[in-house]
Design a protein around this ligand. Structure first.
Ligand SMILES: O=C[C@H](O)[C@H](O)[C@H](O)COP(=O)(O)O
Length: 259
């Protein structure tokens, strides 16, 4: 563990802390990305070593694979119907706990799963916090049919929205377009600053060809922010600005000890 980079330590610490929200018997949405992967590994360890009984609903094929590998029982969202909790990462979060997600291309399943959960807990390192969303390009999932027409319509529509930029770029992987788990493409929008995330999200989702966008507004309940020194900050939407600071290294001083 001591070999982790500072940012990976921060992600690990946030993920570890967020696992405290998981109780025996819960149905848990499992997010996607490098931060969420720490959470899946940690939950897997709790299943294998502490006998924790949970059912996990993954938000991507990558997470499904990892969850099975770690020993978590995987079920589909339709089998679960409703979830107690989803834990996921984010690309950006603001003071209202609005998020940009989808940097890893999993925004569609992530939004469906988070919306079908009693509670969404986001895990992040401190660098993900922003005053206003939009520095991170906003991922928008579009159907392949007519994607260039959809792209032009997205850019045109953004002229009427409170954002600073509107250039859309097709996400590429290898020699061709990046293809999501649902067989769609991703447009990354360089909006630079999103004045009204809720309005932007609604406007984008009205455009034919757009399947979903990576703005999560009024979805996240708690953000757990990890720092490389072991301090965790928890922001809870119900308690407004109140924060809780927990020194994970203090709880477990050997966590980063050389093995
Ligand atoms: O599509 C991917 C997800 O929205 C991720 O949760 C997000 O991109 C954050 O990923 P990471 O934890 O790797 O920064």
């Amino acid at each position: 563990m001591s070999n982790l980079s500072p940012v990976d330590r921060a992600k690990f610490i946030a993920a570890r802390r967020a696992c405290d929200y998981v109780e025996d018997g819960m149905k848990v949405g499992l997010g996607t990305g490098s931060t969420a992967a720490w959470m899946v590994r940690q939950l897997g360890e709790m299943v294998r070593e502490d006998g924790l009984r949970i059912k996990g609903v993954p938000t991507s094929s990558r997470t499904a694979h990892l969850a099975r590998e770690t020993g978590i029982e995987v079920i589909s969202l339709d089998e679960a119907k409703w979830l107690d909790l989803t834990i996921d990462g984010a690309d950006e979060f603001d003071g209202d706990l609005a998020l940009i997600k989808g940097g890893g291309g999993a925004l569609l399943q992530e939004k469906i799963v988070a919306t079908a959960s009693d509670r969404m807990v986001v895990i992040a390192d401190a660098a993900k916090e922003v005053q206003a969303l939009g520095a991170f390009p906003l991922p928008v999932e579009v159907v392949p049919f007519g994607w260039q027409t959809t792209k032009a319509l997205v850019e045109e529509t953004l002229a009427g929205v409170d954002v600073l930029g509107r250039e859309a770029t097709l996400r590429i992987s290898g020699d061709g377009p990046y293809v999501t788990d649902e067989g769609n493409y991703i447009l990354d929008l360089a909006l630079r600053r999103i004045g009204n995330p809720w309005q932007t999200s609604l406007v984008l989702n009205q455009i034919p060809g757009v399947v979903e966008n990576g703005l999560f507004v009024d979805v996240c309940d708690v953000v757990v922010i990890g720092r490389p020194d072991g301090v965790v900050e928890v922001r809870d939407v119900e308690n407004g600005a109140s924060t809780q600071r927990v020194d994970i290294l203090g709880e477990d001083a050997n966590l980063f000890a050389d093995e």
